[in-house]
Design a protein around this ligand. Sequence first.
Ligand SMILES: *[C@@H]1O[C@H](CO)[C@@H](O)[C@H](O)[C@H]1NC(C)=O
Ligand SMILES: *[C@@H]1O[C@H](CO)[C@@H](O)[C@H](O)[C@H]1NC(C)=O
Ligand SMILES: *[C@@H]1O[C@H](CO)[C@@H](O)[C@H](O)[C@H]1NC(C)=O
Ligand SMILES: *[C@@H]1O[C@H](CO)[C@@H](O)[C@H](O)[C@H]1NC(C)=O
Ligand SMILES: *[C@@H]1O[C@H](CO)[C@@H](O)[C@H](O)[C@H]1NC(C)=O
Ligand SMILES: *[C@@H]1O[C@H](CO)[C@@H](O)[C@H](O)[C@H]1NC(C)=O
Ligand SMILES: *[C@@H]1O[C@H](CO)[C@@H](O)[C@H](O)[C@H]1NC(C)=O
Ligand SMILES: *[C@@H]1O[C@H](CO)[C@@H](O)[C@H](O)[C@H]1NC(C)=O
Ligand SMILES: *[C@@H]1O[C@H](CO)[C@@H](O)[C@H](O)[C@H]1NC(C)=O
Ligand SMILES: *[C@@H]1O[C@H](CO)[C@@H](O)[C@H](O)[C@H]1NC(C)=O
Ligand SMILES: *[C@@H]1O[C@H](CO)[C@@H](O)[C@H](O)[C@H]1NC(C)=O
Ligand SMILES: *[C@@H]1O[C@H](CO)[C@@H](O)[C@H](O)[C@H]1NC(C)=O
Length: 704
Amino acid sequence: MVTFGGIFCVVILAVMLPCLDVALGQSTDPSEVDALGAIKGSLLDPMNNLENWNRGDPCTSNWTGVFCHIINDALHVTELQLFKRNLSGTLAPEDFMWNNLTGSIPKEIGNITTLKLILLNGNQLSGFLPDEIGNLQNLNRLQIDQNQILGPIPKSFANLRHVKHLHMNNNSLSGKIPSELWRIPLLLHLLVDNNNLSGPLPTELAKAPALKIFQADNNNFSGSSIPATYSNIKTLLKLSLRNCNLQGAIPDLSAISELGYLDLSWNKLTGPIPTNQLASNITTLDLSHNMLNGTVPLNFSGLPNLQLLSVENNRLDGAVPSEIWNDIVLTGNRSLVLDFQNNSLKTIPAAFNPPQNVTVMLYGNPVCGNSSGAPIDSLCQPQSVNQQTSRQQQDSSLICSPCPSDKNYEYNPSSPIPCFCAVPLGVGIRLKSPGITDFNPYEGAFGDSTTSLLKLYIYQLHVEHYIWEVGPRLNMHLKLFPSNTSLFNMSEVVRLQHVLAGWEITLPDIFGPYELLNFTLGSYVDEYPNEASSGLSKTAMGAILASAIAAAFALSAVATVLIMRRRSRHRSRTVSKRSLSRFSVKIDGVRCFKFEEMARATNNFDLLAQVGQGGYGKVYRGTLDDGEIVAIKRAHEDSLQGSKEFCTEIELLSRLHHRNLVSLVGYCDEADEQMLVYEYMPNGTLRDHLSCKYTATLYYSNFI
Ligand SMILES: *[C@@H]1O[C@H](CO)[C@@H](O)[C@H](O)[C@H]1NC(C)=O
Ligand SMILES: *[C@@H]1O[C@H](CO)[C@@H](O)[C@H](O)[C@H]1NC(C)=O
Ligand SMILES: *[C@@H]1O[C@H](CO)[C@@H](O)[C@H](O)[C@H]1NC(C)=O
Ligand SMILES: *[C@@H]1O[C@H](CO)[C@@H](O)[C@H](O)[C@H]1NC(C)=O
Ligand SMILES: *[C@@H]1O[C@H](CO)[C@@H](O)[C@H](O)[C@H]1NC(C)=O
Ligand SMILES: *[C@@H]1O[C@H](CO)[C@@H](O)[C@H](O)[C@H]1NC(C)=O
Ligand SMILES: *[C@@H]1O[C@H](CO)[C@@H](O)[C@H](O)[C@H]1NC(C)=O
Ligand SMILES: *[C@@H]1O[C@H](CO)[C@@H](O)[C@H](O)[C@H]1NC(C)=O
Ligand SMILES: *[C@@H]1O[C@H](CO)[C@@H](O)[C@H](O)[C@H]1NC(C)=O
Ligand SMILES: *[C@@H]1O[C@H](CO)[C@@H](O)[C@H](O)[C@H]1NC(C)=O
Ligand SMILES: *[C@@H]1O[C@H](CO)[C@@H](O)[C@H](O)[C@H]1NC(C)=O
Ligand SMILES: *[C@@H]1O[C@H](CO)[C@@H](O)[C@H](O)[C@H]1NC(C)=O
């Protein structure tokens, strides 16, 4: 039987002592350990978040933010998660706040070629991006957004054969976007907005085989134009080049069949708007604040998913179009905003009658001055496009009687059972680059896909509120309710937390990448496996859960079973049986013995071998297989300690070296057996050898 107590032991020991291995008995690849050392050396860490990065082995000694997997029978670092992660509840901000990590990313990171995730976002890192990042052939995701990183994007990134996500927005990157990036075969999301990049935009990006989101807003590609080749990026879902100092004409992008979001606003684009029909998936078309002339193309009609068309502050003339909404089924909470403000539109059809949910903005056009008609006057007021910026949830407690107040019970507004009280989990997320402008009509789709990814029923999710932030990014707060019971069981809480925090799920493309802002445990805090209840640190917990997930891919069946069992047993506080040896605890100079060896050494715990007896159990003189004479302290059944105590003892014993103290040779922890193996002291009892200055209660009190 394997219990969680065993893990506690492993973790505790690991903090203090080198060379502890989980399951298969390895330690981390030495070059990776060196590289981590170099990383620690180059990061300034005023809050001492990386304090434990010099104790023992990175993969087995609870190094914060380091996650490992077993690859080809060896332990390798696969994730560095040192990002700002304000998880709340027991996953408290102080454990996950990295806002203060400064310094730069050292080139040695390129030596950890097994890395799959690098999450350093939300710190204050500066310095240049090392070329060596390009060596990370296994990298899936590089998130360095929201730092102060300088210099160019290395061309070597083109070698990142497995990278899907490059999130580098909100830094101070400069230079050109390397044209080589198109060679990344799997690249889905390239976010480089809010940097100081310069032009020209790489035309070669058009050859990128998988690119879905390219967002480069707020850079200065001074004077360059939008490459016409971009119309060849067939996979492109979102192209956002707002405020990039672009000039020239807008290329015809009608060939991009999946295009859903196009933002070219705040540039210096000239000429007419291309008249070819854009993809029917378009939700957002923002061409505002340019110098476009000509007329508003009729082809803007017939876009069934359109939510926002903004051409404000251009030089468009001709008539106000009156058919754009014709093909849009404006049901439910569907709406359409047409912003034509500050152009030169001169005429309007006589029968201009937009439906209720269509907002037309005409302020600043000659047509407003010409007209004295009442219907159009209301459209001529200055307005800003902000009607859908946020939503607060209505309160359903008005009709239901109050929930019990001992835990944070709430009504699940989506529950099929009316007025059903349950304790929710809170999840704050931010969509970093959504492909929509109005979330309302997509709330259903969001709920469907999110619940299906999280393996929940649709009614278990409730979008409590959301607010649009600059970017635009969508900040949302979700509540997850248990399914027709009042409480989640704890393994479900742990699963949900892990799936969300570990990027186990990918939202549909239209919602783009997300970041987890917080995970609020509420009343589940008390039960959440933490140091108090399970002995596991939050970080270690995460590491072990991560391993459990990874186990499915990489670990041997044995390791998988062990890890899964530890996990499933983690709530058990009553530890009756342990098996430390299953985890092959290795401490320098402290050996782990099998029960059989102990039995052999003592001739099956023969009475003749017994040299003493105490409250704790019996002490035997034994001869190990290698001939060494030892004293074996065997706990009797009533004295079996929790693994925690037992391990604390081993750990203390192994640290205390004193000429007057007998030293620990090893231990045995199997089934219903706990034994400590000491150096044998032939003359008299051990008590005689105790020096007075050691009260040694922990150490020897129950030895004899
Ligand atoms: C990284 O690898 C290079 C060669 O591949 C080696 O020279 C260097 O010492 C390594 N650095 C560390 C910190 O292991
Ligand atoms: C994280 O928490 C800190 C303070 O605890 C707060 O200032 C900050 O805004 C939070 N960040 C997010 C993204 O929630
Ligand atoms: C960052 O460090 C300063 C002191 O150096 C401290 O006052 C501040 O609270 C820290 N911020 C966070 C988010 O940890
Ligand atoms: C990114 O940078 C922009 C411009 O400086 C800023 O408005 C925005 O809040 C930043 N976003 C994040 C998520 O830090
Ligand atoms: C942005 O880059 C230009 C060179 O392209 C440089 O002159 C300028 O100082 C940079 N600005 C910032 C704020 O780094
Ligand atoms: C953009 O870059 C050009 C040329 O480097 C410079 O003249 C211009 O001032 C910059 N614009 C902004 C907004 O920084
Ligand atoms: C449009 O979007 C939907 C999902 O919103 C997707 O299934 C479809 O493939 C997209 N492309 C086209 C051409 O409709
Ligand atoms: C788009 O409009 C142009 C003229 O404005 C017309 O020639 C073309 O056929 C239209 N295309 C579609 C798909 O409606
Ligand atoms: C649009 O502006 C360009 C200059 O940017 C000019 O050459 C062209 O004639 C204009 N077209 C119309 C229809 O005004
Ligand atoms: C759209 O119109 C319907 C009634 O036709 C209304 O109930 C709904 O609130 C409107 N939605 C928006 C977003 O204006
Ligand atoms: C979690 O994040 C959401 C969205 O930013 C926010 O509304 C909520 O108040 C946060 N909760 C906590 C406990 O910080
Ligand atoms: C593991 O590391 C974390 C963060 O440094 C620390 O808070 C925790 O106490 C450690 N766990 C153990 C069991 O030492």
